[in-house]
Design a protein around this ligand. Structure first.
Ligand code: DC
Length: 216
């Protein structure tokens, strides 16, 4: 029974939280929202209009226009968009607008899985299941490199690592809703875990919560 089940997944860039979120949503038949795409959509709009990334008035306008039904993962996947997203994500008013949209998504009757940076702490603080997925920066950089190479591309490993470290600093160091585990989050360090093992660990946490609910 997963009705009204909200699953909050947070973690740093390239931790595997997105893949895990999608698999969990498929398995439990829940809707899924990668909230990073909402920040990327704002960044993408600013870039494509040639507006500066620190222009709060335009960023707010762009945030209001974000339509959760129109998020194109492929169009938003560029590295420059990801980097710009972590810059617009420091603006409190942009966050407030996007968080409202994310909460509306989370409130849908069938339940939902949301992944991001502040889901367990800010967007869905009452979620019955919170996972904090992490891995060392080196492992995350290696996974990203394999990903790029798997798609026929190439990249400098040192640059990928420093890029991940820079985004961690920005996401964890900002004043509004910094990335951190919620007090009641289950930590999943996937540094030495396959995605399959992480999925199994997540399932056992979720099934435990579902069993408790059914007993109550
Ligand atoms: O998960 P991602 O790489 O697509 O996220 C892009 C940026 O968006 C990330 O660097 C910080 C921001 N973000 C955020 O501040 N809060 C979220 N819930 C999701 C993403």
């Amino acid at each position: 029974m997963t009705s009204s089940m909200t699953i909050a997944i947070d973690g740093p860039a390239a931790s595997g939280k997105g893949t895990l979120g999608r698999r969990i949503a498929d398995y439990y038949h829940l809707a899924h929202l990668d909230t990073g795409l909402t920040y990327r959509a704002v960044a993408h709009m600013l870039i494509s209009k040639g507006w500066p990334l620190d222009d709060a008035a335009h960023a707010i306008e762009a945030a209001r226009l974000v339509d959760l039904g129109q998020l194109d993962k492929h169009a938003l996947s560029a590295h420059a968009v990801a980097d710009a997203a972590s810059k617009v994500a420091v603006m409190p008013e942009v966050r407030r607008i996007l968080v409202d949209k994310q909460r509306a998504f989370a409130a849908q009757p069938g339940g939902a899985v949301l992944d991001g940076r502040d889901i367990g702490t800010v967007v869905c603080p009452d979620a019955p299941v919170k996972l904090y997925v992490t891995a060392s920066a080196e492992v995350r950089a290696m996974r990203r490199l394999r990903d790029i190479e798997g798609r026929g591309g190439s990249a400098d490993p040192a640059e990928i690592l420093s890029d991940i470290q820079r985004r961690d600093e920005r996401d964890m160091g900002r004043a509004d809703s910094p990335l951190k585990p919620a007090a009641d989050a289950h930590l999943l360090d996937t540094s030495e875990m396959s995605i399959e093992a992480a999925f199994r660990a997540a399932r056992s946490i979720i099934d435990g919560v579902l069993a408790e609910r059914n007993e109550a």
